[in-house]
Design a binder for this molecule. Structure first.
Ligand code: SF4
Ligand code: SF4
Length: 227
């Protein structure tokens, strides 16, 4: 088993543990809003203007104005902290960009106004084969194979020079300037942001779990407020 594969597995396990803690945390907040002596379940349907419906409204408000705003604020802090680290110029992210979308799908998304796809197709072109991508970051390709992730397309940027410099540095798109903007991205050992990622990974996992749980609550409560 590759080191990268086992570290991704560990990350998944860590996420499961953190997710359970986050569920408990949210349940506590929901229960703190429970009306006195009311015994219903937060996900049940209650008549309009009933105590149960008001509780649900209070919970939605808390999720939106307390939890979600705090999650957003913490993500901003994480991104600001990233500025303390620097690109080491290894060029791996220019030489190997992965996407679950094929070139045709990305082109279509770009035509439909997807800003990320627009920038992506403006610089990256597909590798002819997985074997070419393997030469750039073999551990990563091995990890995908061990993980049975087949639906991945590999790209590279032709603006990268042989001495690993960006030939259009001043005009590089925002996605290049922001990389890595997701602390859960898999980064090569050579990446100057690796330490940033490792330091803030547990907090990021916690924030992601919060987003997932808030989404679940919203989906299962908002449906009663649609008419
Ligand atoms: S435009 Fe420059 S920075 Fe962006 S991927 Fe290409 S070589 Fe790298
Ligand atoms: S992988 Fe990291 S260190 Fe390497 S070029 Fe990209 S941002 Fe810079």
């Amino acid at each position: 088993m590759s080191n990268l594969y086992s570290s991704v597995e560990n990350l998944r396990k860590e996420y499961r543990d953190i997710f359970s803690q986050s569920v408990e945390e949210i349940i506590k907040k929901v229960e703190a809003l429970r009306p006195e002596k009311f015994e219903g379940d937060i996900f049940d349907e209650y008549p309009k203007e009933s105590i149960g419906r008001r509780w649900q409204a209070d919970v939605l408000d808390m999720l939106e104005n307390d939890v979600s705003k705090e999650v957003y604020r913490k993500f901003q802090e994480i991104l600001a902290y990233r500025n303390k680290f620097h690109c080491a110029g290894c060029a791996t992210c220019c030489n190997l960009a992965c996407s679950e979308f094929s070139p045709e799908e990305l082109k279509l998304k770009a035509e439909n106004g997807d800003n990320f796809a627009k920038q992506f197709v403006s610089i990256f072109i597909p590798y002819e084969s997985k074997e070419e991508a393997r030469k750039i970051y073999p551990e990563y390709i091995q990890m995908l194979e061990e993980n049975k992730e087949d639906n991945v397309y590999f790209y590279h940027c032709p603006k990268l020079t042989e001495d690993k410099r960006c030939s259009d540095y001043e005009n590089r798109p925002q996605i290049c300037r922001d990389f890595p903007d997701n602390p859960l991205s898999i980064l090569p050992k050579s990446c100057g942001y690796k330490k940033w990622k490792e330091e803030i990974e547990p907090v990021t996992l916690m924030l992601h779990s919060m987003i997932e749980i808030v989404q679940y609550y919203k989906e299962n409560i908002c449906k009663y407020f649609q008419d």
